[in-house]
Design a protein around this ligand. Sequence first.
Ligand SMILES: NC(=O)c1ccc[n+]([C@@H]2O[C@H](COP(=O)([O-])OP(=O)(O)OC[C@H]3O[C@@H](n4cnc5c(N)ncnc54)[C@H](OP(=O)(O)O)[C@@H]3O)[C@@H](O)[C@H]2O)c1
Length: 249
Amino acid sequence: MKQSYWNKVVILGATSDMAVAFSHLLAKKNISQILIGRNKEKLEAIAKDLQIRYQIKVDTILFDVEKDSPEQIIKKIPDSIDMFACFIGYLGDQKKAQTDSNEAQRIIKINYTMPAIFTEMMIEKIKQSSSKKRTIIGISSVAGDRGRQSNYFYGSAKAAYSTYLSGLRNRLFKEKIHVLTVKPGFVYTSMTENLNLPPLLTAKPEEVAKDIFKAAMKEKNVIYTKWFWKYIMLIIKYLPEFIFKRLSL
Ligand SMILES: NC(=O)c1ccc[n+]([C@@H]2O[C@H](COP(=O)([O-])OP(=O)(O)OC[C@H]3O[C@@H](n4cnc5c(N)ncnc54)[C@H](OP(=O)(O)O)[C@@H]3O)[C@@H](O)[C@H]2O)c1
Protein backbone atom coordinates (compact mmCIF):
# COMPACT_ATOMS: atom_id res chain seq x y z
CA MET A 1 0.00 0.00 0.00
CA LYS A 2 1.26 3.49 -0.83
CA GLN A 3 1.73 5.89 2.08
CA SER A 4 0.28 9.40 2.13
CA TYR A 5 3.34 11.05 3.69
CA TRP A 6 7.07 10.69 3.18
CA ASN A 7 8.71 7.83 5.06
CA LYS A 8 12.39 8.64 4.84
CA VAL A 9 13.73 12.18 4.65
CA VAL A 10 17.29 13.49 4.24
CA ILE A 11 18.05 17.00 5.49
CA LEU A 12 21.27 18.80 4.55
CA GLY A 13 22.06 21.71 6.87
CA ALA A 14 20.04 19.98 9.60
CA THR A 15 21.45 22.23 12.34
CA SER A 16 19.92 25.33 10.74
CA ASP A 17 17.25 26.86 12.95
CA MET A 18 14.70 26.53 10.12
CA ALA A 19 15.67 22.89 9.52
CA VAL A 20 15.29 22.02 13.20
CA ALA A 21 11.75 23.47 13.22
CA PHE A 22 11.01 21.51 10.01
CA SER A 23 12.40 18.27 11.52
CA HIS A 24 10.00 18.63 14.45
CA LEU A 25 7.03 18.92 12.07
CA LEU A 26 8.15 15.77 10.21
CA ALA A 27 8.78 13.90 13.45
CA LYS A 28 5.25 14.69 14.65
CA LYS A 29 4.06 12.77 11.57
CA ASN A 30 6.30 9.86 12.51
CA ILE A 31 8.70 10.44 9.59
CA SER A 32 12.21 9.06 10.07
CA GLN A 33 15.12 11.31 9.14
CA ILE A 34 18.78 11.38 8.21
CA LEU A 35 20.28 14.63 9.44
CA ILE A 36 23.43 15.93 7.73
CA GLY A 37 25.60 18.70 9.16
CA ARG A 38 29.14 19.67 10.06
CA ASN A 39 28.78 20.17 13.82
CA LYS A 40 28.82 16.72 15.51
CA GLU A 41 27.70 17.91 18.95
CA LYS A 42 24.82 20.06 17.66
CA LEU A 43 23.71 17.37 15.19
CA GLU A 44 23.66 14.62 17.81
CA ALA A 45 21.79 16.80 20.32
CA ILE A 46 19.08 17.55 17.72
CA ALA A 47 18.82 13.85 16.77
CA LYS A 48 18.58 12.73 20.40
CA ASP A 49 15.89 15.30 21.17
CA LEU A 50 13.79 14.13 18.18
CA GLN A 51 14.23 10.45 19.10
CA ILE A 52 13.21 10.98 22.73
CA ARG A 53 10.27 13.29 22.02
CA TYR A 54 8.74 11.43 19.07
CA GLN A 55 10.17 7.88 19.23
CA ILE A 56 11.30 8.03 15.58
CA LYS A 57 14.43 6.75 13.82
CA VAL A 58 17.01 9.51 13.32
CA ASP A 59 20.50 9.00 11.86
CA THR A 60 23.25 11.57 11.51
CA ILE A 61 26.01 12.07 8.94
CA LEU A 62 28.85 14.55 9.31
CA PHE A 63 29.55 16.73 6.26
CA ASP A 64 31.43 20.01 6.04
CA VAL A 65 30.64 21.20 2.52
CA GLU A 66 33.86 23.23 2.40
CA LYS A 67 36.15 20.34 3.31
CA ASP A 68 34.54 16.95 2.60
CA SER A 69 33.91 15.21 -0.69
CA PRO A 70 30.18 14.89 -1.55
CA GLU A 71 30.96 11.60 -3.36
CA GLN A 72 32.08 10.05 -0.05
CA ILE A 73 29.08 11.40 1.88
CA ILE A 74 26.49 10.25 -0.67
CA LYS A 75 27.69 6.63 -0.20
CA LYS A 76 26.56 6.79 3.44
CA ILE A 77 22.94 7.53 2.49
CA PRO A 78 20.60 4.56 1.85
CA ASP A 79 19.25 4.03 -1.67
CA SER A 80 15.56 4.81 -1.40
CA ILE A 81 14.74 8.33 -0.12
CA ASP A 82 11.32 10.08 -0.31
CA MET A 83 12.35 13.66 0.41
CA PHE A 84 15.57 15.66 0.25
CA ALA A 85 15.61 19.13 1.80
CA CYS A 86 18.60 21.48 1.59
CA PHE A 87 18.85 24.21 4.25
CA ILE A 88 22.58 25.05 4.13
CA GLY A 89 23.48 28.68 3.68
CA TYR A 90 26.09 31.30 4.52
CA LEU A 91 25.38 35.03 4.46
CA GLY A 92 29.09 35.86 4.48
CA ASP A 93 30.76 39.26 4.55
CA GLN A 94 29.93 41.18 1.37
CA LYS A 95 32.56 43.91 1.97
CA LYS A 96 35.26 41.30 2.60
CA ALA A 97 34.22 39.30 -0.48
CA GLN A 98 34.80 42.39 -2.65
CA THR A 99 38.54 42.16 -2.00
CA ASP A 100 39.03 38.61 -0.70
CA SER A 101 38.39 35.95 -3.33
CA ASN A 102 38.36 33.19 -0.67
CA GLU A 103 35.35 34.79 1.02
CA ALA A 104 33.63 35.29 -2.35
CA GLN A 105 34.21 31.63 -3.25
CA ARG A 106 32.99 30.49 0.16
CA ILE A 107 29.69 32.35 -0.27
CA ILE A 108 29.19 30.90 -3.76
CA LYS A 109 30.14 27.35 -2.72
CA ILE A 110 27.90 27.12 0.36
CA ASN A 111 24.87 28.84 -1.20
CA TYR A 112 25.02 27.50 -4.74
CA THR A 113 27.71 25.04 -5.88
CA MET A 114 27.30 22.47 -3.10
CA PRO A 115 23.50 22.61 -2.78
CA ALA A 116 23.23 22.05 -6.55
CA ILE A 117 25.87 19.30 -6.74
CA PHE A 118 24.55 17.43 -3.72
CA THR A 119 20.92 17.69 -4.86
CA GLU A 120 21.92 16.28 -8.23
CA MET A 121 23.54 13.31 -6.47
CA MET A 122 20.35 12.70 -4.46
CA ILE A 123 18.10 12.36 -7.51
CA GLU A 124 18.88 8.67 -8.15
CA LYS A 125 18.01 7.85 -4.52
CA ILE A 126 14.69 9.66 -4.81
CA LYS A 127 13.90 7.91 -8.10
CA GLN A 128 14.26 4.58 -6.27
CA SER A 129 11.54 5.47 -3.76
CA SER A 130 8.07 3.99 -4.37
CA SER A 131 6.42 6.62 -2.17
CA LYS A 132 3.35 8.47 -3.47
CA LYS A 133 5.15 11.68 -2.58
CA ARG A 134 8.72 12.23 -3.75
CA THR A 135 9.99 15.71 -3.03
CA ILE A 136 13.07 17.92 -3.32
CA ILE A 137 13.06 21.15 -1.31
CA GLY A 138 15.64 23.92 -1.78
CA ILE A 139 15.88 26.91 0.53
CA SER A 140 16.83 29.87 -1.61
CA SER A 141 16.14 33.51 -0.65
CA VAL A 142 14.38 36.70 -1.70
CA ALA A 143 17.95 38.06 -1.94
CA GLY A 144 18.23 36.13 -5.22
CA ASP A 145 15.40 38.09 -6.85
CA ARG A 146 17.49 41.23 -7.46
CA GLY A 147 21.13 42.08 -6.79
CA ARG A 148 21.75 44.74 -4.13
CA GLN A 149 25.04 46.39 -3.11
CA SER A 150 24.75 45.10 0.50
CA ASN A 151 24.80 41.37 -0.38
CA TYR A 152 25.26 40.71 -4.09
CA PHE A 153 27.60 37.73 -3.69
CA TYR A 154 25.05 35.95 -1.46
CA GLY A 155 22.16 37.18 -3.64
CA SER A 156 23.72 36.04 -6.91
CA ALA A 157 24.50 32.58 -5.45
CA LYS A 158 20.86 32.27 -4.33
CA ALA A 159 19.69 33.45 -7.79
CA ALA A 160 21.78 30.68 -9.38
CA TYR A 161 20.31 28.17 -6.92
CA SER A 162 16.73 29.30 -7.71
CA THR A 163 17.49 28.89 -11.43
CA TYR A 164 18.94 25.43 -10.79
CA LEU A 165 15.78 24.40 -8.88
CA SER A 166 13.56 25.76 -11.66
CA GLY A 167 15.41 23.65 -14.25
CA LEU A 168 15.27 20.61 -12.02
CA ARG A 169 11.50 21.04 -11.50
CA ASN A 170 11.08 21.14 -15.28
CA ARG A 171 13.26 18.01 -15.71
CA LEU A 172 11.60 15.92 -12.97
CA PHE A 173 7.95 16.88 -13.57
CA LYS A 174 7.27 13.92 -15.88
CA GLU A 175 8.85 11.54 -13.34
CA LYS A 176 6.41 12.79 -10.67
CA ILE A 177 9.20 14.12 -8.44
CA HIS A 178 8.15 17.46 -7.06
CA VAL A 179 10.66 20.32 -6.62
CA LEU A 180 9.80 23.15 -4.20
CA THR A 181 11.73 26.43 -4.15
CA VAL A 182 11.47 28.31 -0.85
CA LYS A 183 12.24 32.02 -0.73
CA PRO A 184 12.29 33.30 2.84
CA GLY A 185 12.44 37.02 3.58
CA PHE A 186 13.82 37.97 7.02
CA VAL A 187 13.87 35.13 9.57
CA TYR A 188 15.12 35.19 13.19
CA THR A 189 17.93 32.56 13.09
CA SER A 190 21.61 32.36 13.97
CA MET A 191 22.36 33.66 10.45
CA THR A 192 20.68 36.98 11.22
CA GLU A 193 21.33 37.28 14.98
CA ASN A 194 23.64 40.29 14.51
CA LEU A 195 21.23 42.14 12.22
CA ASN A 196 18.61 44.62 13.36
CA LEU A 197 15.57 43.11 11.62
CA PRO A 198 12.16 44.87 11.42
CA PRO A 199 9.82 42.79 13.65
CA LEU A 200 6.77 43.23 11.40
CA LEU A 201 8.61 41.77 8.40
CA THR A 202 10.49 39.02 10.23
CA ALA A 203 9.32 35.41 10.64
CA LYS A 204 10.14 32.85 13.33
CA PRO A 205 11.78 29.61 12.08
CA GLU A 206 8.65 27.69 13.19
CA GLU A 207 6.44 29.83 10.92
CA VAL A 208 8.76 29.23 7.95
CA ALA A 209 8.83 25.48 8.68
CA LYS A 210 5.00 25.35 8.68
CA ASP A 211 4.88 27.18 5.34
CA ILE A 212 7.42 24.74 3.86
CA PHE A 213 5.55 21.68 5.10
CA LYS A 214 2.21 22.97 3.79
CA ALA A 215 3.73 23.87 0.41
CA ALA A 216 5.38 20.45 0.08
CA MET A 217 2.06 18.74 0.86
CA LYS A 218 0.25 20.87 -1.73
CA GLU A 219 3.08 20.48 -4.27
CA LYS A 220 3.59 24.22 -4.72
CA ASN A 221 6.42 25.24 -7.03
CA VAL A 222 7.79 28.45 -5.49
CA ILE A 223 6.80 30.02 -2.17
CA TYR A 224 7.70 33.23 -0.41
CA THR A 225 7.66 33.10 3.39
CA LYS A 226 6.19 35.17 5.01
CA TRP A 227 3.69 35.36 2.12
CA PHE A 228 3.85 39.16 1.70
CA TRP A 229 7.48 38.97 0.49
CA LYS A 230 6.07 37.97 -2.88
CA TYR A 231 4.58 41.45 -3.22
CA ILE A 232 7.56 43.29 -1.70
CA MET A 233 9.85 41.54 -4.19
CA LEU A 234 7.46 42.24 -7.06
CA ILE A 235 7.90 45.97 -6.40
CA ILE A 236 11.68 45.63 -5.96
CA LYS A 237 12.03 43.52 -9.14
CA TYR A 238 10.11 45.95 -11.31
CA LEU A 239 11.71 49.18 -10.09
CA PRO A 240 13.36 50.64 -13.21
CA GLU A 241 17.15 50.22 -13.21
CA PHE A 242 17.77 54.00 -13.54
CA ILE A 243 16.02 54.45 -10.14
CA PHE A 244 17.22 51.17 -8.54
CA LYS A 245 20.94 51.87 -9.13
CA ARG A 246 20.68 55.15 -7.19
CA LEU A 247 19.24 53.50 -4.04
CA SER A 248 21.33 52.38 -1.04
CA LEU A 249 19.96 48.89 -0.62
N1 LIG B 1 17.63 33.79 8.24
C1 LIG B 1 17.18 34.47 7.20
O1 LIG B 1 16.75 35.64 7.33
C2 LIG B 1 17.17 33.84 5.84
C3 LIG B 1 16.51 34.53 4.79
C4 LIG B 1 16.46 33.96 3.52
C5 LIG B 1 17.03 32.72 3.30
N2 LIG B 1 17.68 32.07 4.32
C6 LIG B 1 18.24 30.74 4.02
O2 LIG B 1 17.65 29.78 4.88
C7 LIG B 1 18.51 28.64 5.01
C8 LIG B 1 18.62 28.27 6.47
O3 LIG B 1 19.34 29.30 7.16
P1 LIG B 1 19.03 29.78 8.64
O4 LIG B 1 18.48 31.15 8.55
O5 LIG B 1 18.25 28.73 9.37
O6 LIG B 1 20.47 29.98 9.22
P2 LIG B 1 21.44 29.05 10.06
O7 LIG B 1 20.75 28.62 11.30
O8 LIG B 1 22.71 29.81 10.17
O9 LIG B 1 21.66 27.79 9.09
C9 LIG B 1 22.67 27.69 8.14
C10 LIG B 1 22.99 26.22 7.97
O10 LIG B 1 24.04 26.06 7.01
C11 LIG B 1 25.04 25.24 7.61
N3 LIG B 1 26.37 25.47 7.05
C12 LIG B 1 27.00 26.64 6.87
N4 LIG B 1 28.24 26.42 6.39
C13 LIG B 1 28.37 25.07 6.26
C14 LIG B 1 29.41 24.20 5.83
N5 LIG B 1 30.59 24.68 5.44
N6 LIG B 1 29.21 22.86 5.85
C15 LIG B 1 28.03 22.36 6.26
N7 LIG B 1 27.00 23.12 6.69
C16 LIG B 1 27.18 24.46 6.68
C17 LIG B 1 25.01 25.62 9.07
O11 LIG B 1 25.71 24.68 9.86
P3 LIG B 1 26.25 25.08 11.35
O12 LIG B 1 25.04 24.97 12.25
O13 LIG B 1 27.27 24.05 11.63
O14 LIG B 1 26.78 26.48 11.29
C18 LIG B 1 23.51 25.60 9.29
O15 LIG B 1 23.03 24.29 9.39
C19 LIG B 1 19.84 29.06 4.36
O16 LIG B 1 19.91 28.54 3.06
C20 LIG B 1 19.73 30.59 4.29
O17 LIG B 1 20.52 31.10 3.24
C21 LIG B 1 17.75 32.60 5.58
